[in-house]
Design a protein around this ligand. Structure first.
Ligand code: NAI
Length: 215
């Protein structure tokens, strides 16, 4: 078994941050970085970085630091950013439009190929060059193009039902923005529930703490 098969999800959750950081170093033509510098610039302890990166190979060298390209390529492979998973979006309202417009799906491993909505005023319009289709077309669309990922930008009331339907049509990965934590009994399906408000509440907690500490 390759070493990387054993990487824990908590390490995986930190990888996008390394990815962004290394991408930045590469665009500034920085070829290597010491673990101390990496640690200072990322605000993570050097030992945490060593632990994280050692999970998938021997990248750091004593006295040399990390080879930026090697590390970047390995993280790309682990995260699968070159997979280009065919993806559909359900719900082309304010949030759906913002996500479709501003996310650079191609760089993140996804390829948005279809957008669906159930509102007659939205259907037929174009978003990022993609015609918004009615839900009735979902089955035939999935049958023809075989998307494997879905982005849910619909209200929570319809999220679970939509999810069940999409599983039936072959979707295995859900990026779920509806304010509903999709509960899945199906072990072959993966879900990332996103609640932007959670991050804001953490900010609130930390601000509160900061204000108490300076009193
Ligand atoms: P919106 O009302 O602007 O858009 C919702 C769109 O979904 C509409 O175009 C509507 O026609 C469509 N829709 C509703 N039910 C559908 C169904 N069963 N199938 C296909 N299309 C359907 O709302 P907005 O602002 O885009 O937000 C969408 C959802 O995301 C809301 O439930 C909101 O609470 C949630 N939200 C979640 C956030 C998060 O961090 N997870 C952040 C912001 C909003």
């Amino acid at each position: 078994m390759q070493k990387r098969d054993k990487i824990s999800l908590s390490v995986i959750r930190r990888l996008p941050r390394y990815y962004r950081f290394l991408d930045d170093l590469r665009s500034n033509d920085i070829l290597r970085i010491s673990s101390r510098e990496l640690s200072e610039r990322m605000g993570i302890t050097a030992s945490q970085i060593r632990q994280d990166l050692n999970c998938f190979g021997e990248f750091g060298q004593q006295g040399y630091g990390y080879n930026v390209d090697l590390l970047y390529n390995e993280i790309c492979k682990i995260l699968g950013v070159e997979k280009g998973y065919k993806t559909i979006m359900i719900g082309a309202g304010n949030l759906g439009r913002a996500i479709a417009t501003h996310m650079n799906f191609g760089r993140l491993g996804f390829n948005l190929i279809g957008i669906f909505d159930n509102n007659e005023y939205v259907i037929g319009k174009k978003l990022m060059g993609i015609e918004i289709l009615p839900n009735e077309n979902l089955e035939s669309f999935c049958g023809e193009y075989n998307p494997t990922a879905a982005i849910l930008c619909i209200p929570k009331d319809s999220a679970q039902e939509m999810c069940d339907q999409l599983i039936h049509f072959g979707i295995i990965g859900f990026w779920n923005f509806s304010h509903y934590d999709l509960g899945l009994l199906n072990p072959n399906i993966v879900v990332e529930n996103v609640h932007l408000g959670d991050s804001l509440m953490i900010l609130s907690y930390r601000m509160q703490k900061q204000m108490e500490d300076v009193k």
